[in-house]
Design a protein around this ligand. Sequence first.
Ligand code: ASP
Length: 337
Amino acid sequence: MKQLIFIQSCFILFIACQAIDPTVICHGGAGSVDPSRYVGKFKGTVLAVQLGYQKLKESGNALDAVEIAIKSMEVDENFNAGYGAVLTSDGEVEMDACIMDGSNMKVGAITGMQDIFHPITLARRVMEKTKYNFLGPKGAMDLAKKEGFEFLPKGTLATQRAKDSLERWRQAQNVSLGEMVGEGGTVGCVAIDANGNVVAGTSTGGLTGKMPGRIGDTPIVGAGTYADNYMGGLSATGTGEVIMKSVLIYDILKRVNLTEITIQKAAQDACDEMLERYEDDGGVIGVDRYGNTAIAFSSEQMSWAYQNKDNEIHYGINKGDDFLYNIAECKNKNCFV
Ligand code: ASP
C-alpha cells in the first residue's frame, strides 16, 4: 500500500513538474530601430501577444493564437509585413510567410506574395488545404483566389515609410546590385498550449531593395520558422541569407535537445556565432518544449513581447529590457510613453 502511495505521489509530482504555462511570444523584427519608433513597436507587439494569448486561453488552439497575433501586426504599418512591408528594388511588395504546427509537423509557406493583407493566413491554407509545404508566387496566388482572399488594388500595401526607405536605399553610396537594407520589422510569433503543442509563424516583406524574386529565410523550414512538440519552436528575423546558411532555428533546438543548456543560452550563442562568422546579425524568439522562453538577438535592437500570465505582458527592444505591461492598469491609459 505504502509503495502504491509512493508511486502515485511520484506520478503527481512528475505531472506537476511538467505543467506548462500557455504562452504566446512575438517579435517585431531585428535591426537598428530609431528610438522614435519604439512606442509603435511596443504597442504592436504587446497587442499581438494579448490577442494571441486571449485566443489561446479561449480556444486552447495554438495555431489560431499564432495566426491572430501575426495578423494584427500585418495590418500595422509599424511592421514589415502585410501593410508596411518593405519594397524591392523595383518598388514592389513581395512577401514571404510560414506557419508550422509542431503537433503534427505540418507546415505551410509562401513566397513572393503581392496585394493581400494576410500572408500568414495564406500560409496556413497551404498547410491545411494542400499536400505541399511551400508554394511560389503563382501557386500561392491561385490558392488565394480559390480561397476567396481579397486582392487589394496594386500599391495599397506600400506605405510612405516604405517608399522613403527605398528612396534612401536608391540614393545611398555603394548600393550595387544585391545590396539590401534591414530596418527591423519582420513579425513572428510562437505559442505553446498547456499540453505542449507548439506552433511557430513568421511573416515579412524581406529587406529593402531586394532583387525581385529574392527569397529570405522566413519561409525556409528550420531556418526562419520551425516548431516540433518534441523540441519547441522559434521564429527568426534578420539577414535571411545568413540565417539560412546557419539553419538557425534548427541549430538552436538541436543544441537544447542534445545538451543541457537552456533555450535562452542556445539562442543567444547561435545569434552571436552567426554574427562572428558571417558579420551579419539576427534574432529569434520562441519556447522550448516545456514553455521556457527565449529572446535573443545580435542586432542592435529587436522588439519583442510575451504573455504567460493572465494580467501581465513582458516587452522590450534593447538588450537587457524587460518592461512589464499590466493589462488591468494600462486599460485606460498609455503605458508606453
Ligand atoms: N529575415 C527577413 C529576410 O531576410 C528580414 C528581416 O527579418 O528583417 O527576408
